[in-house]
Design a protein around this ligand. Structure first.
Ligand SMILES: N[C@@H](CCC(=O)N[C@@H](CS)C(=O)NCC(=O)O)C(=O)O
Length: 226
């Protein structure tokens, strides 16, 4: 049985976009897993993987850290229902675009609400680590300011996905695959952390997000929201 180490917030919320990628990838393969929640200050639980971040999976003799490495491991170890098929490089590009363009556009819009939902025991860690990243510990103020201008910027960053989704149901074509999971992780991160409305109802990305929430018996839709 695979064990997935998943970042946990208050009230068992699971916002981590990278952990969501791993969960979608496991479901895509039809694999079950044992869930092991890990708080920001419980890194000793993943010390065996020499990792400071989540997700980590333990799959028989294999210990794999990093969502992209996990996806590659799963595709190698369980070749049925390929996550990438011949389009591994496309998947890598999309995941990298989400990491470097979508997440940075989204994080300022969420940070206050994320902080409000971190487990109390992890709040000092979040305050210190994210405070250093943003140069302020006033996350609510930072978020409020970001929302004044950042929403348009966030929606603009999605334009490449929007163009594709105007013409086809998923980034990967007629069926979802890893590129869809990579972007869906960002929207699950937001959904679990904040009630903020991110997309216009007539945005093709909005309809795609609904399709992603419905996948795998509504796995994303069932997750505890903000
Ligand atoms: N490149 C890694 C990034 C993973 C990552 O940054 N995870 C965050 C949660 S979203 C984390 O575990 N952070 C721990 C920390 O900030 O201490 C991956 O794709 O898995």
């Amino acid at each position: 049985m695979i064990t997935l180490y998943d970042l946990v917030f208050q009230d068992d919320r699971r916002p981590s976009p990278f952990c969501w990628r791993a969960k979608f990838a496991l479901k895509h393969k039809g694999l079950g897993w044992r869930d092991e929640p890990v708080g920001f200050t419980e890194k000793q639980k993943i010390a065996f993987a020499q990792s400071q971040t989540l997700p980590v999976i333990h799959d028989g003799p294999n210990v794999v850290k990093d969502s992209w490495a996990i996806a590659q491991h799963l595709d190698g170890a369980y070749p049925e229902k390929p996550l990438f098929g011949p389009a591994r490089d496309h998947a890598h590009f999309v995941a990298s675009w989400v990491d470097t363009a979508v997440h940075p556009a989204l994080f300022p819009l969420l940070v206050g609400d994320l902080y409000a939902r971190v487990r109390p025991v992890d709040q000092p860690y979040f305050l210190d680590s994210r405070g250093k990243r943003l140069g302020t510990s006033d996350f609510a103020g930072f978020q409020a300011k970001a929302r004044e201008q950042g929403m348009a910027a966030f929606r603009a960053v999605l334009e490449p996905a929007r163009r594709v989704l105007k013409e086809q149901p998923f980034l990967s074509g007629e069926q979802p695959a890893y590129p869809d999971y990579a972007l869906a992780g960002a929207f699950l991160w937001a959904r679990v952390a904040t009630p903020l409305v991110l997309l216009e109802a007539d945005d093709p990305v909005h309809a795609w997000r609904d399709r992603m929430l419905d996948l795998f018996d509504g796995m994303g839709r069932k997750a505890k929201t903000a």
